[in-house]
Every structure is written in C-alpha cells, then in structure tokens.
Design a protein around this ligand. Structure first.
Ligand code: B12
Length: 208
C-alpha cells in the first residue's frame, strides 16, 4: 500500500493525528487536485461504509470535519499549489441547502474545497428559502447558484425554488446535487448541471 493510500485510510477512519502529520510532511509532494481526489474518494468510501452499516453518523461527521481541516491546512500552507489550480476564480457562486433540509456535510465539503481554490463561494447555509436565495443573488450577483436536497420531501422544495429562481433570474446557472437528486431528475427539471461529488465539480470548473 502506498503512502497516499495510507493517508486516505487515516481520513476514512477519522484519525486526525495521522492524517495531519502526513499532510504536514508532504505539502510539497502533493498537488491540490491530487489532495482533492484523495479526500473526495475517502468521503465516498465513508458514505459507502455508512450505507453498509459499518459506520454510523458520528464516524461520518468526524471524517467530514477532518476533511475540512485538511483542506484548510493545505491551502494555508501551500498557497502556490492552490494558485496553480486552473479555475477561473472570477466567477461568483452561492451555495445553499434548500428549505426544510438541514444536511450540511456535503455542502460544507464543497464550499471549503472551492474556497481553497480561491473561488468566491458564498455559503448561505441550510434550510434556505426562495426569498433568502433571491436576496443573496441580488446582493452578490453570482454566475452560479448551487443547491442541494437530501430527502424526497425537500426535493419538492428544491424544484419549487429552482423554478421560481429561473423565472426571476433566467440567465442564472443553477446546479443541483445531494442524495435526493440525480442526473435524470436534473434533466427533467432542466437544471444547468448535476454533479455526483466534489471531484466532478472541480473537473467541470477546471475545463469550462
Ligand atoms: C448524515 C445524515 C444525516 C445527518 C445530517 C448531519 C449534518 N450535519 O449534515 C442527520 C442525522 C441530521 C440527518 C437527518 C435526517 N436525515 Co439524513 N442522512 C445523512 C446521510 C447518512 C449522509 C449524508 C452525508 O453527509 N453524506 C456525506 C457527504 C460528503 O456526501 P453528500 O452529502 O452526498 O454530498 C456530496 C454529493 O452529494 C455532492 N453534493 C451535495 N450537494 C451538492 C450540491 C451541488 C450543487 C452539487 C453539484 C453537488 C452536491 O457533493 C458532496 C461532496 O462530495 C444520508 C445518507 C446518504 N447516503 O446520503 C442520510 C439521508 C439523506 N437522510 C435521510 C433522512 C430520511 C433524514 C431524516 C428525515 C431522518 C429523520 N427521520 O429525522 C432527517 C432529515 C432532517 C432534515 N429535515 O433535513 C434519507 C433521505 C431519504 C429520502 N429519500 O428521503 C437519507 C438518504 C438516508 C436514508 N437512506 O434513508 N441525516
């Protein structure tokens, strides 16, 4: 097993001491995209372990908080690697989890990771109403709005807010994500994009 695999396992297991020591020793040997992929893969594995009953919510919260901490440490200590990540940092993004939904882990990971790339991403939180999206859009004039929904019940709110925003701001790009939606659903409501995870978003933003 190579050292990157060992690092990934320490993230999956929420072993902060091991993961932070590895990162501190390897700031110069690891690129931003590589770190992003390793952490993204680790979180996908954590989600799988939850699905199979091997992990419970506390384990998942610990790993996701550790992921955030590792992103922050890397960005703080390796600004050159972040600056070399080719993402157009001029685009503004607003991210909110829709009304009725309090799931925050996926959103937090995306916000932390994209902020580390120097993107201007504004986190407007969870349980976000149409009015709050609208006010934030008017205040910040973003190019992209990202919204997530994780339950069947809150998917209805996502669709309603999505349609209202498309009516009031037809030029705005709206991306959707989270456990309650998929690419088929995104096509049905005519969302501008659906991404399975953080790795897919970074790929898209780098290549646009
Ligand atoms: C953790 C969790 C909770 C925690 C949330 C803690 C927190 N602070 O966030 C708690 C315990 C609070 C919770 C509560 C509930 N939960 Co819950 N929860 C989960 C769980 C297990 C994991 C979610 C998660 O954090 N995954 C890890 C992160 C890293 O992955 P992610 O969220 O998928 O995010 C990634 C991608 O989806 C993507 N992404 C996410 N958002 C976006 C947005 C955009 C624009 C893009 C491009 C990409 C993107 O990128 C992210 C990073 O890679 C899921 C199961 C699952 N498999 O998703 C159930 C799940 C979402 N919950 C569920 C349910 C039912 C509930 C409750 C209703 C339970 C209850 N009876 O009270 C409540 C609802 C509360 C509410 N009103 O919101 C169901 C929903 C089922 C359904 N179809 O309706 C699920 C699917 C579990 C299940 N299989 O039954 N939950």
């Amino acid at each position: 097993m190579n050292k990157f695999e060992i690092f990934k396992i320490s993230v999956i297991n929420g072993d902060e001491d091991k993961a932070v020591s590895f990162l501190e020793a390897n700031y110069q040997n690891i690129g931003y995209t590589e770190l992003m992929e390793l952490l993204g893969e680790a979180m996908i594995e954590v989600g799988n372990k939850y699905k199979t009953g091997e992990f419970f919510i506390p384990e998942m919260l610990i790993s996701s908080q550790l992921t955030g901490l590792l992103f922050e440490l890397f960005c703080k200590n390796n600004p050159d690697a972040v600056n070399n990540t080719v993402i157009d940092s001029s685009m503004g993004i607003i991210f909110g989890t829709v009304q009725g939904d309090i799931h925050t882990i996926g959103k937090d990971i995306i916000v932390k990771a994209l902020s580390c790339c120097g993107l201007n991403i504004i986190d407007i939180g969870v349980n976000v109403s149409y009015e709050k999206f609208k006010n934030s859009i008017e205040k910040h004039n973003p190019e992209i709005v990202m919204m997530s929904a994780f339950t069947t019940a809150t998917r209805r709110n996502l669709e309603k807010i999505f349609k209202e925003l498309k009516n009031s701001h037809p030029d705005l790009k709206i991306f959707i994500g989270g456990a309650a939606v998929n690419s088929k659903y995104a096509d049905e409501i005519r969302a501008d994009g659906f991404f399975e995870n953080i790795i897919e978003i970074i790929k898209y933003l780098k290549n646009r």
